[in-house]
Design a protein around this ligand. Structure first.
Ligand SMILES: Cc1cc2nc3c(=O)[nH]c(=O)nc-3n(C[C@H](O)[C@H](O)[C@H](O)COP(=O)(O)OP(=O)(O)OC[C@H]3O[C@@H](n4cnc5c(N)ncnc54)[C@H](O)[C@@H]3O)c2cc1C
Length: 490
């Protein structure tokens, strides 16, 4: 067994793990980050950028949202069922964290309102080449990694932590295993947990959130995020905090290159707009404009029989999009018009088990399982609503009321999906880990989604960039507080 000595041991070099490593190392303490994977950066490598309020960029762009307003929005949204002090620390630090990243060399392309009706809070990282898009935040994670090394922190890759050591009521280190299988004991005065939740653990998803992966949720499974940090924290007496999924909603698509195309392509685009949506019973259940907020859509779809719902289009609507462009655009879906959209969808219907094409409502019902009698009734009623322009059930804006009269019909089956999991470890606003009885476990900190229970049941997508920012800010807070704490440890 190898024995190492350090001041702070950080469990991961992911989003929160790296922020914690840099923040602690900046304070002159010895830090070692133990990372299970073969690369640093964690899930942020897949994303675009973090939330902040009152940053330099927001001021330049005259974004008027203040910290006070963001805090009120947050607390109203969560009905004050979350740790308000933690929310406040997070929001108040967010602009400073953007400045901190900029000082290291991170550049931000723009600040955006990622989804319909959201605020301009997401700071999109500028990649060294090309424009913004998925994975551009990996540039930020590379810069954080370089900064950690420059400050003298050590990062051990392929070295999963297996256990946290607690002696005489306080944390004294960790046990890890290196790539050759050798056990490492790192004696540390403080330990920071940041292992990214349990999004790759279907058993836990079922046990703690009620969703069944592959049946009524098709969430992103970032390999290796199986809840190890949460379990290790519980094992040394940490309290539990509400656990949920960071819900969105989509037609499921493959993330496995061996199973066909990877990720959503343009064939999905027409289904993402506010046309008729029904459940398997054939009933409308939503103002389809709500699709603009994938978390709200995920909530509504979760409630339906079978946990799914269908967007129904006909050829006329697809042609309308072909000629006039889509209803909504955003940075991830910036394409305005697509030629040959009908044939693209037809092709996709043959390749994706969640996309359907039919020459009659009977055939559509046959293929999808939607109740035929109810579907016919709903389509009739919906077409009448389109004529009058008045949706007296869900009050949809008349400009999105397009009748579905003639075949060909297309349907896309939507399921809840998620970016990952949320919550598990109870912390306070200093990110100190608490017991069930709200006692601090001396020397133990947790950050990122392992400890992110600040949204309660529904991700605060109206303040976009939130989870990545919580990881960065809570990681930073943990690093700062751990460095301060160790001064008191002999
Ligand atoms: C496709 C996608 C796009 C996204 N885009 C955005 C976005 O633009 N903005 C936004 O706000 N959010 C976004 N998110 C969510 C956000 O990126 C994550 O919530 C955030 O990065 C999580 O940070 P974390 O530090 O908690 O975990 P992670 O960054 O996932 O880090 C966890 C790390 O822990 C390591 N680990 C696990 N177990 C162990 C162990 N036992 N020992 C040592 N290491 C271990 C893992 O290997 C990993 O490196 C996106 C998510 C996805 C999936």
């Amino acid at each position: 067994m190898k024995i190492l000595e350090t001041d702070v041991a950080v469990i991961s070099a992911g989003t929160a793990g790296l922020a914690a490593t840099v923040a602690a190392a900046e304070r002159g303490v010895k830090v070692i980050a133990f990372e299970k994977g073969s690369t640093t950066g964690g899930t942020a490598n897949m994303g675009m950028g973090p939330f902040a309020v009152e940053s330099r960029l927001q001021k330049i762009k005259n974004v008027s949202l203040t910290k006070e307003e963001a805090f009120k929005i947050f607390m109203d949204y969560t009905h004050w069922r979350v740790d308000a002090r933690l929310v406040s620390e997070f929001i108040n630090k967010s602009a400073d964290t953007i400045a901190w990243l900029e000082e290291m060399g991170v550049e931000f392309y723009d600040v955006i309102a990622y989804i319909k009706g959201s605020h301009f809070t997401q700071h999109v990282v500028k990649p060294p080449v090309g424009g913004p898009g998925p994975r551009c935040a990996s540039t930020m994670m590379k810069i954080l990694t370089d900064r950690a090394i420059e400050l003298g922190a050590q990062i051990f890759l392929n070295t999963p932590v297996k256990k946290i050591i607690k002696e005489d009521g306080r944390i004294t280190g960790i046990i890890a295993e290196d790539s050759s299988g050798e056990t490492i004991q790192a004696n540390a005065k403080a330990v920071i947990i940041a292992t990214g939740g349990f999004g790759d653990n279907p058993e836990w998803i079922k046990k703690y959130t009620g969703y069944e992966w592959g049946r009524n949720i098709f969430s992103v499974r970032v390999p290796g995020l199986v809840g190890e940090g949460i379990q290790m924290a519980w094992d040394v007496g940490a309290g539990r905090e509400e656990m949920s999924m960071e819900l969105t909603c989509s037609i499921p698509f493959s993330l496995d290159p061996e199973k066909g195309k990877v990720g959503p392509d343009i064939s999905y685009a027409p289904f993402r707009h506010p046309n008729l949506m029904v459940n398997i019973l054939g009933e409308r259940f939503i103002n389809e404009e709500v699709m603009g907020n994938p978390t709200f859509l995920g909530n509504a779809v979760s409630r339906q029989k079978g946990g799914c719902a269908f967007v129904i289009l006909n050829e006329e609507i697809v042609k309308h999009y072909e000629q006039n462009g889509f209803d909504w655009l955003n940075i991830m879906n910036p394409v305005e018009k697509v030629e040959n959209l009908t044939s693209i969808i037809e092709q996709a219907c043959q390749e994706n088990e969640h996309m359907f094409m039919a020459d009659s409502l009977e055939e559509l019902s046959d293929k999808t399982g939607i109740n035929l009698a109810a579907l016919k009734k709903t389509v009739d009623e919906y077409n009448k609503v389109c004529e009058t322009g008045r949706d007296e059930i869900f009050y949809k804006n008349p400009k999105y009321l397009r009748p579905i009269k003639q075949p060909k019909y297309f349907a896309g089956r939507f399921y809840p999906t998620a970016y990952g999991s949320l919550g598990g470890i109870k912390i306070n606003y200093k990110t100190e880990v608490l017991t069930e009885d709200h006692e601090v476990i001396p020397g133990l900190y947790a950050a990122g989604v392992d400890a992110n229970a600040i949204y309660v049941d529904s991700y605060v997508f109206i303040l976009p960039g939130n989870t990545m920012a919580f990881a960065l800010n809570s990681g930073r807070i943990a690093g700062e507080n751990a460095a301060e704490y160790i001064k008191s440890v002999k």
